[in-house]
Design a protein around this ligand. Structure first.
Ligand code: NAP
Ligand code: MG
Length: 491
């Protein structure tokens, strides 16, 4: 393991904030217990940071931006730091995957997949920062006009608990490549890997004060961070409601924001689709990470002639799905916390009460610890398109089926929610692939496939209530910088 922070986990000791390159406790000394969702047992603790800690971290990031070498360093050198971070993530991959799985309850293979994606983010942005450049613009005679891409300054990243390593990497990779400095507030349910990554960032040569992590509750540390006047830009991934609060806080200082706010993503299956190829993808897109994925494929729209056939095949697969402890590496792990389990159970109970047919339930492994926050997957169909199950983000292993008739109705149903993050179209008809992909309001559309997560190179973000701004790929570098125009009057 080779790090005092990581070895403290084994001893059940305390994790620290990382501010200005140093591990520090919250000024109040208050701490939050860290529990493993697989058994509900506390195994570590993190600082419960407040406004004073946020202020300290923002000031460190501010100093590092204003007077440190980072923002002035040639882009290629910043890139080399990120490349070294990629290599360190690879070197510590097993440790990071184990830490992430224990902290979030996700199966170990998902923890490893998250590490692989995390490596790709730092690798991609390590090589991307020196490939972005401005333009020269034809202007008046006697003038030369050009643009530069400049960092915003101090970027605040507020990170959710579902894919902490990956989401931190997509924020930090792009923000750091462009020369910003960072204050990260991970979710209090899953903060450990962020602390570890910030520590590895130091080892990779990223200067002190550039990559700060403070842990704590959203209502305290998160709210103080998004409202801090020393922050130049805020990027947030999480629920629409919290997104509104963060935008309002940032608006007081008129700061820019990127909002990645989840979805109710549809997969549209036409009767001519390769159904055998689609089935495992339809199941995985909602079961991956226990359905706690912003881009989960939570609605399946099925053309009527194949509705019964697909519903039956999905029910068969769903009835075999098993939730269990992360080390057992089953189909899914526990949900993140008791509140999330209650929330998911609430959606399922309301749907049952409303008479929506339950087509199948999976199970919880018989030997799963009783203290874990497990929830057996549920398949519903046909679901009323106006039902809560059809409209709201459940964020659990709950899949809804909807029959449709023809392309018009498919598009209308796909677009009939407030969200617009990801969608897929399954059909062998090439012209229809293009038509439907263009008409569905979603930031990403997959044809004969689905990408719930991953795809580091692919711009990602929402329409409508799913948010605004784009992350991933080259596009994220534009969100994480601002254009400066310089005009020379040389006569
Ligand atoms: P959340 O409230 O959106 O939390 C996401 C992040 O925001 C966490 O770091 C959280 O901190 C922080 N936060 C909370 N309140 C804040 C505030 N007033 N100001 C600044 N930051 C704040 O999500 P949640 O409560 O954990 O989960 C609730 C629902 O959100 C889920 O059921 C799911 O539908 C949705 N969700 C979506 C995504 C996604 O990727 N789209 C991710 C997570 C959750 P703390 O958690 O430490 O309080
Ligand atoms: Mg945890």
């Amino acid at each position: 393991m080779g790090s005092h922070l990581s070895t403290t986990v084994a001893e059940g000791l305390a994790f620290m904030n990382l501010i200005d390159g140093k591990p520090v406790d919250a000024l109040s000394g208050a701490r939050i217990d860290v529990a493993c969702p697989s058994d509900g047992k506390v195994f570590a603790s993190i600082p419960a940071s407040g406004a004073a800690d946020v202020d300290r971290a923002v000031k460190a990031a501010r100093r590092a931006f204003d007077s440190g070498p980072w923002s002035r360093m040639p882009a290629v050198e910043r890139g080399r730091c990120l490349t070294r971070l990629f290599q360190l993530v690879e070197k510590h991959g097993d440790e990071l995957a184990a830490l992430e799985s224990r902290d979030t309850g996700k199966p170990v293979r998902q923890g490893r997949a998250d590490v692989t994606a995390t490596m790709r983010y730092y690798e991609f942005y390590g090589g991307a920062g020196d490939k972005i450049h401005g333009d020269t613009i034809p202007f008046l005679p006697g003038y030369t006009a050009l643009t530069l891409r400049e960092p915003h300054g101090v970027v605040a990243g507020i990170i959710p608990w579902n894919y902490p390593l990956q989401i931190l990497a997509r924020v930090a990779g792009a923000a750091l490549a462009m020369g910003n400095t960072l204050v990260v507030k991970p979710a209090e349910d899953a903060s450990l890997s962020a602390i570890r990554i910030a520590e590895l960032a130091l080892e990779a040569g990223i200067p002190e004060g550039v990559f700060n992590v403070i842990t704590g509750y959203g209502r305290d540390a998160g709210a103080a961070l998004s409202a801090h006047p020393g922050v130049d830009y805020v990027t947030f991934t999480g629920s629409p409601m919290t997104g509104t609060a963060i935008q309002q806080a940032a608006a007081v200082n008129n700061r820019g924001v990127t909002m990645e706010l989840g979805g109710k993503s549809p997969q549209i299956v036409f009767a001519d689709a390769d159904i055998e190829a689609a089935l495992p993808v339809l199941v995985n897109a909602i079961i991956q990470n226990g359905g706690q994925t912003c881009s989960a494929g939570s609605r399946i729209l099925i053309e009527k002639p194949v509705y019964e056939q697909i519903a039956t095949a999905l029910a068969e697969r769903f009835s075999k799905l098993t939730a269990g402890p992360h080390e057992a590496d089953l189909d899914l792990g526990a949900l993140i916390n008791p509140k999330q389990k209650e929330r998911v159970a609430g959606f399922v109970a309301a749907a049952e009460e409303a008479g929506i047919p339950v087509l199948a339930r999976g199970q919880v492994a018989a030997d799963a610890p009783a203290g874990g926050w497990y929830f057996a997957p549920a398949l519903f169909g046909a679901v009323d398109p106006k039902a809560a199950l059809a409209q709201e983000e459940v964020f659990g292993p709950v899949l809804s089926l909807f029959p449709f008739e023809g392309e018009e109705q498919a598009v209308a149903l796909a677009n009939d929610t407030e969200f617009g993050l990801v969608a897929s179209v399954w059909t062998r008809d090439g012209a229809r692939q293009h038509r439907v992909a263009k008409r569905v309001r979603a930031g990403q559309v997959f044809v004969n496939g689905y990408g719930a997560g991953g795809g580091i190179e692919l711009p990602f973000g929402g329409f409508k209530k799913s948010g605004h701004g784009r992350e991933k790929g080259f596009e994220a570098l534009y969100d994480m910088s601002a254009t400066k125009t310089i005009v020379f009057n040389h006569g």
